[in-house]
Design a binder for this molecule. Structure first.
Ligand code: IDP
Ligand code: MG
Length: 148
């Protein structure tokens, strides 16, 4: 069973879309195993987006992600990394299909509402950045026998 880091970004919190985003992932069948609200500081933002350091949009991205609180979460399920990426839509909301979170609620690449890990390897690294082992709940859901 895979785990992926999901961040509900500042624009989604400000626009009151956190519930909608969580709802879509939950309804897909994914299980929430960790969740907290926090305001990212510059250091955490730079570590989380280290792969983008040096790119033209890097400073704006760090400013944006630290501009207001976010919800950090871990969703678990079969093929969770890919399933979450599909549910999110592509990076640029203007190119995301309707029916995806970014395609239904976004217009601009700098305000694309949600982060989801792009590989199992990055999921594991990102989860460690945001959560300690004690903050992750390993629990059984009876409905899972109807989902996977
Ligand atoms: P992802 O969030 O779909 O995985 P990444 O390529 O990992 O996309 O980029 C991280 C974040 O950086 C994006 O979600 C978006 O907010 C921002 N970003 C990526 N490319 C651009 C760009 O060309 N201009 C402005 N912001 C960008
Ligand atoms: Mg990414």
């Amino acid at each position: 069973m895979e785990r992926s880091l999901v961040l509900i970004k500042p624009d989604a919190i400000q626009r009151g879309l956190a519930g909608e985003i969580i709802c879509r992932l939950e309804k897909r069948g994914l299980k929430i195993v960790a969740m907290k609200m926090l305001q990212m500081d510059k250091g955490l933002a730079q570590r989380h987006y280290a792969i983008h350091e040096g790119k033209a949009f890097f400073n704006d991205l760090v400013d944006f992600i630290t501009s207001s609180p976010i919800i950090a979460s871990i969703f678990q399920g079969k093929d969770a990394v890919n399933v979450i990426r599909q549910t999110m839509g592509t990076t640029d909301p203007a190119k995301s299909l309707p029916g995806t979170i970014r395609g239904d609620f976004g217009l601009d690449i700098g305000h694309n509402l949600i982060h989801g890990s792009d590989s199992l390897e990055n999921a594991s690294k990102e989860i460690t950045l945001f959560f300690s082992a004690e903050e992750i709940c390993d629990y059984h859901r009876d409905i899972d026998k109807w989902i996977d």
